[in-house]
Design a protein. Sequence first.
Length: 105
Amino acid sequence: MRLGPMVPTVVKNLINKKSTRPYPFVVREPFPDQRGELYCDIEQCIFCGTCARKCPSQCISVDKEQGIWKCDPFACVYCGTCEEVCPTHCLHHKGTCGPWPASGR
């Protein structure tokens, strides 16, 4: 096994600054135009289901009988279509993201 060609790369990586950040201890700031997590003002929602029908990634589910609205943030593509078609304008993007599912009752 020949180590010759690999030695300069190893030495360079030991001396230079790290190319990654120590997540979760250091979290990067969100991009300026990021839409962020989807939020539903459940008091204004009429549970019509328009947002769920128009969502291209089908990440929203609405149950009118139980009064439940849910969004899977891992399936959402943050396009803003749901926000545009909502008749009561109860959907908003927060500008921040979190790894938890958005839901309301």
